[in-house]
Design a protein around this ligand. Structure first.
Ligand code: PLP
Length: 407
């Protein structure tokens, strides 16, 4: 039996959780009292080693400037143990959180007007980031199958050849795909042929379920040698999502030097005190916790999948291979939801998120509306099942409760 408790949700009523904030819940699903199954942090408690690290440092009574020189090697040791991937520390650098790091790389290695290939559905800040930085999104829809989404190498090869970069996410948010060597090889080989830079977000990489193996881009790229920067962090896999301490991994040293010189110029080269304490504890002692977490998340996902199959047959669960978020296909209820909205406009009046509003109003649960991940995905919701058993039950009941109102 696992020595870690993944069955109880922490009481977050006292923290300043973005996910549990009533104003935020209202904005996403129109119901401030809805239970939250959206923002991608988990409600289960963090690894005890992380808490112990924070208490230890707080007990010293001074939060001064910190020597973080051992952090990168703790990360590279973890990569070896967890992913059987040997990293050259000369090609690795600390980065201030995932989005920050990707955006900085995008600013340094692409220019305004450049075209960036982006698989869809896409984690919404990628869409915002490309647009906000004046680059052009070239969408690449992932293929929908009966039980989820897949990467189709043929589609990828057909995609726009004139892009300067690809923004990839592996494992993929929101579909939960864990990519094979063949699929990653296709991305890297094609990029190399076309002289494109691969930027790869691997924030969900440590949470592949038993039976699935995440292959870091660095490893997939060993025999290919594409220009690639991948980004890793402990933040999702150790449930310290607000931590903002990441690592950038460069396929060549010259790119790393260029990146670090900009970091230096902007005074962004070191993590905040508590971020470093948490990352150190995670990478140093967290492997066993992480293994147990992967098993627990696989079980939670299976539970969601069977509940939907048995009790919510109108919906289709796009079963993920990793992490704690999943797309649910609600296309079969669109007409009924639209009719419900027409009959009860007051329930849906706050924004354009049709499906999120439906489940918020009718089921008392808040999920991300699929349209956030691309306008073609407004028939989906993204469900975050990273919580304790009791809360998860309530979430699943909320799905069914909402459906009963339109059956
Ligand atoms: C794919 C992906 N990248 C990045 C982030 C955010 O990372 P950070 O908070 O370190 O910027 C998330 C959070 O949900 C994510 O899912």
């Amino acid at each position: 039996m696992s020595t870690y408790d993944f069955t109880h949700s922490a009481d977050r009523s006292g923290d300043r959780s973005e996910k549990w904030s009533k104003a935020n819940l209202l904005a996403m699903c129109g119901n401030a009292d809805a239970l939250p199954f959206w923002v991608a942090d988990m409600d289960i408690s963090v690894f005890e080693g992380i808490k112990a690290g924070l208490y230890r440092e707080a007990d010293i009574g001074v939060i001064g400037y910190r020597d973080n020189s051992g952090l990168a090697s703790l990360f590279t040791d973890f990569m070896k143990e967890k992913h059987d991937t040997v990293l050259d520390e000369d090609h690795v650098t600390f980065a201030q959180g995932m989005l920050h790091a990707i955006s900085l790389a995008m600013n340094i290695f692409t220019k305004p007007g450049d075209r960036i290939l982006l698989p869809y559905p896409s984690y919404h800040p990628f869409i915002e980031m490309i647009e906000a930085n004046g680059r052009v999104i070239v969408p690449l829809p992932l293929k929908r199958t009966s039980d989820g989404f897949v990467f189709d190498p043929a589609d990828f090869k057909k995609a726009d050849e004139d892009c300067q970069a690809i923004l990839f996410c592996s494992p993929h948010n929101p579909t939960g795909i864990v990519f094979s060597q063949k699929e990653l090889g296709c991305v890297l080989e094609t990029a190399k042929e076309r002289g494109q830079l691969v930027l790869c977000d691997e924030i969900h990489s440590d949470m592949a379920y038993p039976g699935y193996k995440h292959i870091p881009m660095v490893k997939a790229n060993e025999a290919i040698g594409a220009r690639c920067i991948s980004f890793c962090a402990a933040s999702k896999s150790f449930n310290i999502a607000g931590e903002h301490c990441a690592f950038a991994l460069f396929s060549d040293k010259a790119m790393k030097e260029e990146y670090t010189s900009v970091q230096k110029r902007l005074y962004l080269s070191s993590p905040g005190y508590s971020a470093a304490v948490m990352a150190e504890a995670a990478y140093k002692d967290g492997l066993d916790y992480n293994k147990a977490l992967c098993e627990a998340l696989a079980a939670k996902s299976a539970k969601v999948g069977s509940f939907i199959k048995e009790r919510c047959p109108e919906l289709r669960y796009c079963a993920p291979h990793a992490s704690f978020i999943a797309f649910i296909d609600c296309s079969a209820i669109r007409a009924a939801v639209e009719a419900d909205k027409a009959a009860n406009p007051g329930l849906y009046s706050h924004n354009d998120y049709l499906m999120a509003s439906f489940f918020g109003a009718r089921g008392g649960i808040c999920m991300n509306d699929g349209s956030m991940f691309g306008s073609a995905y407004s028939d989906y919701v993204r469900f975050n099942f990273g919580c304790g058993d009791e809360l998860l039950e309530k979430g699943l009941e909320g799905l069914e409760k909402a459906l009963k109102t339109i059956r």
